[in-house]
Design a protein around this ligand. Structure first.
Ligand code: SF4
Length: 341
């Protein structure tokens, strides 16, 4: 039986691609990929079960950051290195193809659908640079491209493939509903923070200060407010309860960069994670005092007034080392600006 690896995000294009191949009697294994900036989607597993396919999940890590720092083909409108990213994804699928003895890789790419990676010449470039040779099929747009070796060898019936182009989803949606019984239709979303302009300043700031960030450094960008206190240290202040939990969990990771954590002790307020730039001097008492004052800056003053005693915070120099300290406002903390500002 012919076997294909489908890049399976759980979005409409990958669902259609899977159904098209299944309708030709081809066995599909879905490859669901995550990056430090694009989470694994729980919906993908639900669709995989519905379609009766095996889904393999993999997540890019440090190698992705290395590419992000210096993408050969540059960035899109934000800090999205889409061409390099697609090449990595297809290489990952090609690796799984070899591991599983599959015949080819298929993606849901549509020529002209995405300006940063799916123009015709970019599709050709991605095929070539991924090193997959002729073993890459794009069933939704195949008839606009030269026949692949799978079509020529009769593993795939080209007549039953499609020639969709452009950004409109309406024809794809109609096809999904009428021919392939796909419902509900997934909402369009890249789910990728790198494509969001509001996230770009954080990435640019990180890479400017540290061209070789660790995964811990990069994943710390995913929550809280980020402010530089001086050239040495950055504060991450939680915005909501879920941020607070993430901040604590992040600090507990064994791969953490030099940092300390402060949580409120006798009032309701944000957690503050302080991270040092690479190679900077050890933290000082002044750094702890500034972190405490920053916590107060982002706390409702009424809550602080209600304590009726000096505000206190838990200072964790390491996850297992807790000390309760008194904290107080410091006018310097009012001058710190969010990285996004
Ligand atoms: S949007 Fe993000 S995940 Fe998608 S190709 Fe671009 S960089 Fe990669």
């Amino acid at each position: 039986m012919t076997k294909a690896i489908v890049l399976f995000s759980g979005g409409l294009d990958s669902l259609l691609t899977t159904r098209i191949l299944q309708s030709q009697g081809i066995e599909v294994i879905g490859l669901h990929l995550g990056t430090p900036f694009q989470d694994i989607s729980p919906e993908a597993a639900v669709w995989a079960e519905k379609f009766g396919i095996e889904m393999v999940t993999r997540r890019f890590g440090a190698e992705y950051l290395k590419m992000l720092a210096n993408p050969h083909w540059g960035y899109g409108k934000a800090v999205n290195p889409c061409i390099d990213c697609r090449i990595m994804m297809i290489q990952a699928a090609a690796e799984l193809m070899r591991e599983r003895g599959a015949d080819f890789v298929a993606t849901g790419e549509v020529a002209g659908q995405r300006p940063n990676s799916q123009k015709l010449h970019q599709l050709e470039l991605i095929s070539r640079k991924s090193g997959i040779g002729g073993k890459l099929l794009r069933p939704l747009t195949a008839k606009t491209l030269p026949p692949t070796e799978m079509e020529e060898a009769g593993l795939v019936d080209r007549e039953k493939l499609f020639s969709y182009t452009g950004r409109s989803r309406s024809q794809l949606i109609r096809r999904a509903k009428t021919q392939f019984d796909i419902h509900p239709i997934p909402q369009p979303s890249t789910g990728c923070l790198l494509a969001e302009k509001s996230f770009a300043p954080r990435i640019r700031d990180l890479l400017k200060r540290n061209p070789e960030p660790s995964l811990w450094d990069a994943e710390a960008l995913l929550f809280g407010r980020h402010l530089w206190l001086d050239e040495r240290i950055k504060a991450i202040v939680s915005r909501r309860e879920s941020d607070g939990k993430k901040t604590v969990a992040h600090f507990k990771r064994p791969d953490r960069s030099p940092s300390f954590l402060m949580t409120p002790e006798n009032f309701m307020g944000p957690s503050v994670l302080i991270v040092a730039s690479p190679g900077s001097a050890p933290f000082t008492d002044d750094d702890y005092a500034l972190a405490g004052s920053l916590m107060l800056r982002y706390t409702n003053p009424e809550k602080v007034a209600k304590i009726g005693a000096p505000a206190e915070a838990n200072l964790f120099r390491t996850p297992g080392e807790r000390e309760i300290i008194q904290i107080s406002p410091d006018e310097r903390s009012a001058a710190f600006h969010l990285i996004e500002e």
